[in-house]
Design a protein around this ligand. Structure first.
Ligand code: NBP
Length: 474
């Protein structure tokens, strides 16, 4: 019998996805450039379901029922283009190519347009959850035509993570929409991790608690509003003891955070769209700063390493919990703003509630919180900001004084909390009656005649700064 779907690219993600498909009863054709990987999959997992191994891409294509559905799970970038170039001539009208790799959404837009010209469907599907998710239920963010989703959707929904019987997979929108949403997911993941790290630093250095003790605090938090995969694994990592030294593992890990680039992509795109994603940007920059080892050493030599004197107080844990929650609301609000802006820019008609639905399970930022976000967009799909939804507004109002205390305490102690500070500044800026942007406009008009608008009447104006300083219509 012909196979229902195919996977090409059988490194860890591809083989786990193929196994997930097979376990759900699909007959899966499998292929890898280097056949050894295909053989290894068959040898080790062939008994888990119905696999159809193929030595070549044309064999793979021939083994499939039409319209064909082929998932590409190779390294993002030129390898994906290489596979598409080889695959496309073998396919017929209406066939579907699904890219499950971490493609940049602009590449996905280009590929979708090129394949559409040839009568083929291209589905750029963001997949999150790592290898474990790929095997047991990832979070899937598929983009592409509505027509292709009719075929691909049911298969992807059946292998995705399920939360309360709802799959963490929804058709996100056309062309690059799926990979864009995946990119923002990763950006939010950066912000979330930075805020968690700052909370740890405060409880550790200001609160005077050891890593394991802070781990217990996170375990406790995981039973409340902050319940999430990242908070859960924070407790695990902080509680882990290094077998070599007997010290807390976190104390022997080099403090230089690395990045593969999706956080940077998110910020780059936010700059293009003009959306302030300060939480994600601070997180990306905090990682960059941590890696500037030479500069850090020079600064320590010049100024002396900052010495934090612990000043624990009874309220610190609860204050930090509230500050973390409020900062997190800001980071998510900014990420959802970015998706809304992209939706307008690229004509995607994104359903922001759907993004929240997808992220409830399977992915790294999965959290109870995402239910609240989905409910907020259910109540009002056109929310101007997540922050102003009744639920989140109340949460932020409740947290506000604690948030300020935490930021002041961190600043006085000399503990850097760029995530908390920038989130609070964003909140204060957004709700300001008047911003000093008025002065910025005045300065721009002074040195560059860039003109300004007035609060009391229509039009653009310029002051003759180097003349008699009268105002003229611009
Ligand atoms: P890798 O990203 O390590 O890629 C290895 C695969 O790409 C192998 O199957 C390799 O074939 C194939 N490949 C390469 Br490299 N160049 C090729 C070419 N020119 N033509 C054909 N095949 C080529 O695999 P992975 O970690 O399983 O990830 C797969 C995709 O999923 C990536 O885009 C990744 O970013 C994405 N992703 C990964 C994770 C994760 O947690 N790892 C999570 C979510 C998404 P070979 O065996 O012949 O060398």
């Amino acid at each position: 019998a012909p196979a229902r779907i195919a996977v090409t690219g059988l490194a860890v993600m591809g083989s786990n996805l193929a196994r997930n498909l097979a376990r759900h009863g699909y007959r899966v054709a499998v292929h890898n450039r280097t056949p050894a990987r295909t053989k290894a999959l068959m040898r080790e997992h062939g008994h888990e379901g119905e696999f159809v191994p193929a030595e070549t891409l044309s064999e793979l294509v021939e083994s499939l029922a039409t319209p064909r559905q082929i998932i590409i799970m190779v390294k993002a970038g030129t390898p994906t283009d290489a596979v598409i170039d080889e695959l496309a001539p073998l396919l017929g009208p209406g066939d579907m190519v699904i890219d499950g790799g971490n493609a940049h959404f602009a590449d996905t837009r280009r590929r979708e347009a090129a394949l559409r010209e040839r009568g083929l469907h291209f589905v750029g599907a963001g997949i999150s959850g790592g290898e474990e998710g790929a095997l047991n239920g990832p979070s899937i963010m598929p983009g592409g035509s509505a027509e292709s989703y009719k075929h691909v959707g049911p298969v992807l929904e059946s292998i995705a993570a399920q939360v309360d019987g709802v799959p963490c997979c929804v058709h996100v929108g056309p062309d690059g929409a799926g990979h864009f949403v995946k990119m923002v997911h990763n950006g939010i993941e950066y912000a979330d991790m930075q805020l968690i790290a700052e909370a740890y630093d405060l409880l550790h250095r200001v609160g005077g608690r050891g890593p394991a003790e802070v781990g217990e605090v996170f375990r406790d938090w995981d039973r409340g509003d902050l319940e999430s995969y990242l908070v859960e694994i924070t407790a695990e990592v902080l509680g882990h003891v290094d077998p070599d030294t007997g010290a807390a593992l976190v104390d022997v890990i080099a403090d230089e955070a690395e990045q593969k680039g999706t956080g940077r992509w998110t910020v780059q795109e936010a700059l293009e769209l003009g959306v302030p994603v300060t939480g994600i940007a601070e997180a990306v920059f905090a990682r960059s700063l941590s890696g500037r080892v030479g500069q850090r050493a020079a600064a320590r030599a010049a100024f002396g390493a900052s010495e934090v004197i612990p000043s624990p107080d009874d309220d610190l844990v609860e204050d930090v919990r509230l500050a973390l929650y409020a900062s997190k609301v800001v980071a998510y609000a900014q990420g959802f703003d970015q998706m809304r802006a992209a939706s307008v820019e690229y004509g995607w008609d994104l359903d922001l509630g759907a993004a929240a639905t997808i992220w409830r399970g399977g992915c790294i930022i999965r959290a109870r919180f995402l239910d609240r976000i989905r409910e907020a967009y259910d109540r009002n799909p056109d929310l101007p900001s997540l922050l102003v939804d009744d639920y989140f507004r109340d949460a932020v109002v409740r947290a506000e004084q604690a948030w300020r205390r935490v930021v002041v305490k961190a600043i006085n102690a000399g503990v850097p909390v760029p995530g908390f500070v920038s989130a609070l500044a964003y909140y204060d800026a957004l709700r300001s009656e008047r911003l000093p942007a008025a002065l910025v406009q005045g300065l721009r008009d002074f040195f560059g005649a860039h003109t300004y608008r007035r609060v009391d009447r229509e039009g653009s104006f310029h002051t003759l700064w180097s003349g008699d300083r009268s105002q003229v219509d611009a």
